[in-house]
Design a protein around this ligand. Structure first.
Ligand code: MRU
Length: 359
């Protein structure tokens, strides 16, 4: 598969011990790099969505731990308890995307917190964060390959997608956008319809930025234009990412995904989720148990910093929704595609991969 350079959302600067983050709030108009020098900087960068996207949040969370231990070492105040307190805070920055809490918890489980010097823990964490980024890049490629298999026999492929699931969201080639890239690299005639994705506009700002940079043909649509676009443009498939997939296949993703899945189902259009296995949360039984992040009302009341509504109104701003598994045609993972996902199909799929423990 031809690998295009894509965009890098983060760079670890070992010389200065700083995480450089491309400020995704400012794209596409400005490419501004923000420096994360402390764990607090990383917490704020995650909360304010300077960095975003479930897989990337997992990686940035571990870099947050690197900076936490650096802070504690520098002030000679390291204790495992203080370190764990900062880790809890980092985990709380975004509640729906499971990768953030999961990768932090996994790192904590493996660290010799009481038995090692802070500089040793720091070295282990840097190595871990780097490996995580590399693993994500490999998983993105594998997801793209499995996704391409589904579309191999088709041509003139019109695909709809939502939010940004590209390089900016994973540090690799992306998940849903990785599959789209693979179809394009395979030389197929294709056209992408990304939703603008109100209110944060990840589709209009970030997906359009990545698609344009790479020359992939697309037409941006307003979120409300999705049904007519599916019908008039004969959309062949919807491919979206995921922030958390429950044990039974119910999938939390960017607000509007459930709407897309419902419309696609009513029109008989296949609806795919593309996500790494790390986005499965086997401790969450169904979508009902997934915490849904609500964000500030200003995100809806302002557009590009300008007020667009009357002042002092009430706003409901859930930024994710849950698509029930019966609306999902397949979940494309790095291990292959889980067709018609439900608890049994998922269990059966992972039973064939002994290294994935779903209990
Ligand atoms: O709020 P965001 O921008 O972090 O939401 C991102 C999404 O919903 C993505 O679809 C998901 O994280 C998958 S990214 C590969």
């Amino acid at each position: 598969m031809n690998v295009a350079p894509g965009v890098k959302p983060i760079i670890w600067d070992e010389t200065y011990g700083v995480l450089k983050m491309l400020d995704q709030r400012k794209l596409p108009r400005e490419e501004v790099w923000v420096e994360g020098k402390t764990a607090e900087d990383i917490y704020n960068a995650i909360k304010e969505m300077i960095v975003r996207g479930a897989p990337l949040l997992g990686i940035v969370g571990v870099f947050g731990l690197v900076l936490a231990i650096t802070d504690l070492e520098a002030s000679s105040s390291y204790t495992p308890e203080k370190f764990l307190e900062i880790a809890q805070k980092l985990k709380s920055a975004r509640p729906t995307a499971v990768n953030l809490a999961k990768e932090i918890d996994r790192a904590l489980e493996d660290l010799p917190l009481g038995d090692a010097m802070p500089f040793e823990i720091r070295t282990l964490l840097i190595e871990r964060a780097r490996k995580l980024l590399k693993r994500q890049q490999e998983e993105d490629m594998a997801i793209a390959r499995h996704g391409l298999e589904i579309f191999q026999s088709m041509d003139d492929i019109r695909i709809m997608t939502i939010c940004n699931t590209g390089a900016l969201a994973t540090g690799g080639i992306g998940t849903a956008l990785g599959v789209i890239r693979a179809i394009y690299w395979a030389g197929k005639k294709m056209h992408v319809y990304p939703l603008e994705t109100r209110p944060f506009l990840q589709g209009a700002r970030l997906t359009a930025y990545e698609l344009k940079k790479e020359g992939i043909p697309f037409s941006l649509i307003a979120d409300g234009a999705s049904a007519i676009t599916m019908k008039e443009k004969r959309v062949r498939a919807i491919i979206v990412g995921a922030d958390r997939i429950a044990r039974n296949g119910d999938t939390a993703n960017k607000i509007g995904t459930f709407m897309l899945a419902t419309v696609a189902h009513s029109m008989g259009i296949p609806f795919f989720v593309a996500a790494p296995v790390s986005t499965f949360d086997f401790d969450t039984v169904t979508g009902e148990d997934i915490p849904i992040e609500e964000r500030a009302k200003e995100e809806v009341m302002l557009c590009g910093g300008c007020p667009i509504t009357p002042e002092d109104i009430d706003v409901y701003n859930p930024v994710f929704d849950v698509t029930p598994h019966h609306l999902i045609t397949g979940i494309i993972t790095e291990l292959g595609t889980i067709w018609h996902p439900n608890e049994e199909a998922i269990r059966e799929f992972f039973s064939r991969h002994s290294d994935v423990d779903i209990e």
